[in-house]
Design a binder for this molecule. Structure first.
Ligand code: ADP
Ligand code: 5GP
Length: 210
């Protein structure tokens, strides 16, 4: 706490902030988040649970908790998930512990979810600020190119992901920030700039985040 601050005022950076990066599959969320994490040691990445199979290079506990359908149901039943969704027939959910543990230590958290998950986290009344960032590629053509370049989808799932993307972009006005992922390093810097600004935001301490 800075001694120039009037009584009852602080900056958001004094508590943990949840930065949610959402946007269409192929926008570059994982790539941008990886870049931000590499340059910001104290940040915690919220590892989601999913019933999808690991892609080459993905590691259990680092990229996702890869679980069975039964295990996922069990997590819901025990109240361990903050929000969850079905995406292309597969389950994805944010474990409560992935946010609660770091936030308790005033550490900021980065979350990678689809758009409805982002809006659910905003509504979840976490007692910590939740900042919604929508990531897009420069164009629809580049979105298609990137999904195809990743090489993890069949032609059918590529088509489905594009159809989902068309629904998702309708929710852009519900987000606080739009970041265009043209050159990856620049997109990483833009997300970092948002993080810096949000940490400096003045808030009245008694009423908590807006
Ligand atoms: P998402 O997590 O949003 O689904 P990924 O991070 O997996 O997206 O990126 C999708 C593909 O696009 C990957 O092959 C990735 O290497 C590539 N990619 C990500 N950002 C850029 C960029 N700025 N320019 C070119 N290709 C990119
Ligand atoms: P992918 O299979 O490409 O890793 O992820 C598919 C979609 O699921 C992406 O839009 C990703 O952001 C989203 N997603 C990943 N984890 C979660 C989660 O915990 N909750 C929600 N709602 N969406 C998630």
């Amino acid at each position: 706490m800075n001694e120039f601050l009037p009584q009852g005022w602080g900056t958001q950076g004094a508590r943990g902030i949840v930065f949610v990066v959402a946007g269409p599959s192929g926008a570059g969320k994982s790539s941008v988040i990886e870049g931000v994490l590499a340059r910001n040691q104290g940040l915690h990445f919220s590892v989601s649970a999913t019933t999808r199979r690991p892609r080459p290079g993905e590691v259990h506990g680092r990229d996702y908790y890869f679980v069975s359908e039964n295990q996922f149901e069990e997590m819901i039943r025990r109240g361990e998930l903050l929000e969850w969704t079905t995406y292309q027939g597969l389950r994805y959910g944010t474990p409560k512990a992935e946010l609660q543990r770091p936030l308790r230590e005033q550490r900021d958290v980065l979350v990678n979810v689809e758009v409805q998950g982002a809006l659910a986290l905003k509504r979840a009344e976490l007692k910590h600020p939740v900042v919604l960032i929508f990531l897009v590629p420069p164009s629809w053509d580049s979105l298609l190119e990137r999904i195809q370049a990743r090489g993890t989808e069949s032609p059918r799932t590529v088509k489905e992901r594009l159809a989902i993307a068309q629904q998702e972009v309708q929710y852009i006005p519900e987000f606080q920030y739009l970041v265009v992922n043209d050159v990856l390093e620049e997109a990483v810097r833009r997300v970092e700039a948002i993080m810096l600004a949000e940490r400096a935001r003045l808030i009245p301490l008694e009423s908590g985040p807006s």
